[in-house]
Design a protein around this ligand. Structure first.
Ligand SMILES: NC(=O)c1ccc[n+]([C@@H]2O[C@H](COP(=O)([O-])OP(=O)(O)OC[C@H]3O[C@@H](n4cnc5c(N)ncnc54)[C@H](O)[C@@H]3O)[C@@H](O)[C@H]2O)c1
Length: 503
């Protein structure tokens, strides 16, 4: 049943029933049968190149993977520890596979269903505008306990980021004092081939056939141009258009090589032109902005409120943090990018609940981020959700969340890498179209991990945590030859009958 350790393609059948609302309001039902084919890995190792390798997220991901591979143990005031990746859905998330005769639920881990890479199979490299080696980077990030970092000093010191690019105030000026590791070239028609060469060298050096490039560098301001057209973007790059951001340069270089590009930050990198470029080169993109803490909770809470039939009136989220990301976000244009993705996360819940949100009017929504250096990587988030109850009553939830920012983001990065690579090996054929096709360009099953999911033109944008989770979980059920789980469980609810055991 399991697709683990595939040596040849494995096919799973899926019958999808969709309801389509016609222009006259009537509903038609369409049923289609699909074959989902999972192809085996081509290589025992998977390459990952991080833009922003020396940042808190980048350096912590590398250090924790290294410590995991070496099965290190370290001590702090709470005792001895070994590395785990708590917070990662691929490693700890489970898929419900059924109940037994005693109605005890059974499940399988995502990683045991999908033929995903193991965390020890990742080979990581990348770029940073700051040339510190990763031992120095980890020291600066102040995320790892000293006793762990000390044991990794030798290896981390050897890892030095490749030179990168800064361009016309895309990141805050407060990041420039550490920008001491820049490519010599300033013309974009030299920078793009340079980045492509870096990727190809990395593949050659480690004998890889797939590299995932992930932007986990500082948040950029929005590009002020709407990049709709791929040819126009490529042409403007030849003329050094100042509105082409570094993240777009990395995306373009990655896509030209038909590799996968993921955007972990909020800026508008994944625009139409980039999606078109990915489509033309038969590869994939995913983004934007890891949904790791406050916004993941927001997606859950807005689902909870709307699904409880109360009317959310306002969401006010305030947070302060003291890491380098917070410093970069203390400038208005970079904060603005973050504010947009942080506010987007409730959009489809609003549209799906017209009785609560008349004419699609969203609740008042305010986002504040303040940089407080002494807070370090410990982000303090204070959220207030006010809702209307019956008889004009009010319900206010006030949430105070203290979290280690980087330790929430790193498992999400890991999931994005493992799931996106796995999805790139899936092909689907249907009764209408027997020729197997890959997923479309924007890997929208990754929406679960992003604040502002990139989706394809022919599919709905889904922000709702609970819908995203059901979609992801049911896809994995299909991969163990089970039908989607509806939780209708009719069989067991009928009086005096022995129904079918529920799925
Ligand atoms: N919980 C989280 O940590 C979280 C959640 C969602 C999104 N993000 C986003 O992830 C990104 C990384 O977060 P972080 O905490 O690691 O930030 P960080 O400031 O610690 O690291 C960013 C790194 O990017 C480098 N950089 C900047 N511009 C670059 C460029 N053009 N090329 C290469 N490197 C460049 C910087 O030198 C720095 O080392 C940020 O954009 C942040 O908003 C983080």
């Amino acid at each position: 049943m399991s697709t683990q350790s595939l040596t040849q393609p494995h096919t799973h059948k899926y019958i999808e029933t969709q309801s389509l609302v016609e222009p006259d309001g009537s509903i038609s039902i369409n049923t289609k049968t699909y074959d989902i084919i999972v192809h085996p890995k081509k290589n025992p190792k998977l390459g990952v190149m991080l833009v922003g390798l020396g940042g808190s997220n980048g350096s912590t991901l590398v250090a924790s993977l290294l410590a995991h591979k070496k099965r290190l143990t370290w001590n702090n005031k709470n005792g001895a520890h070994q590395v785990n990746f708590l917070g990662s859905i691929s490693q700890y998330g489970s898929v419900h596979i059924g109940y037994d005769a005693k109605n005890t639920p059974h499940s399988k881990l995502f990683k045991d269903i999908g033929d995903m890479y193991n965390v020890d199979d990742l080979v990581i490299g990348g770029w940073d505008i700051c040339g510190d080696n990763l031992y120095e980077a980890c020291k600066k990030a102040k995320v790892l306990d000293y006793d762990l970092l000390r044991q990794l000093e030798q290896e981390l010191t050897q890892i030095v980021p490749l030179p990168s690019v800064v361009r016309s105030n895309f990141i805050s000026a407060n990041q420039l004092p550490t920008a001491n590791n820049l490519m010599k070239e300033t013309d974009l028609d030299e920078i793009i081939p340079n980045i492509m060469e870096d990727i190809q060298n990395f593949k050659k050096q480690h004998n890889l056939d797939r590299v995932i490039v992930m932007w986990t560098a500082s948040t950029e301001r929005y590009s002020e141009k709407e990049w709709y057209d791929m040819d126009n973007l490529i042409n403007c790059a030849r003329f050094n258009d100042p509105e082409i951001s570094p993240s777009m340069l990395f995306a373009m270089s990655t896509l030209f090589l038909s590799e996968i590009f993921l955007n972990g930050s909020p800026q508008n990198t994944i625009c139409n032109a980039i999606v078109e470029l990915a489509r033309k080169n038969k590869t994939f993109v995913g983004g934007s902005d890891y949904r790791s803490g406050q916004t993941r909770l927001k997606a859950v809470l807005v689902d909870y409120l709307a699904l409880s039939g109360v009317k959310p009136l306002s969401i006010v989220s305030y947070n302060h943090l003291g890491n380098n990301d917070g410093k970069n976000l203390s400038d208005e244009p970079q904060f603005r990018s973050k504010e947009i993705t942080k506010k987007n996360v409730i959009d489809d819940v609003v549209l799906d609940n017209p009785q609560l949100f008349e004419n699609g009017k969203k609740p008042d929504h305010c986002v504040v981020i303040k940089y407080v250096p002494s807070a370090g990587d410990t982000k303090k988030a204070m959220d207030e959700y006010s809702s209307q109850l019956m008889l004009d009553g009010r319900n206010t939830l006030a949430i105070y969340n203290v979290c280690e920012d980087t330790l929430l983001a790193v498992p999400v990065m890991l999931d994005l890498i493992l799931f996106s690579e796995f999805f790139s090996r899936i092909m689907v054929s249907s009764t209408d179209d027997p020729d197997p096709k890959p997923f479309d360009t924007c890997l929208s099953y990754l929406s679960y991990f992003f604040k502002s999911p990139a989706v394809n033109n022919n599919e709905p944008l889904i922000n709702s945590f609970y819908k995203q989770r059901l979609g992801l979980e049911n896809l994995f059920r299909i991969l163990v030859d089970l039908p989607p789980c509806t939780h209708v469980n009719l069989g067991g609810r009928i009086k005096g009958t022995m129904g079918l055991a529920p799925l």
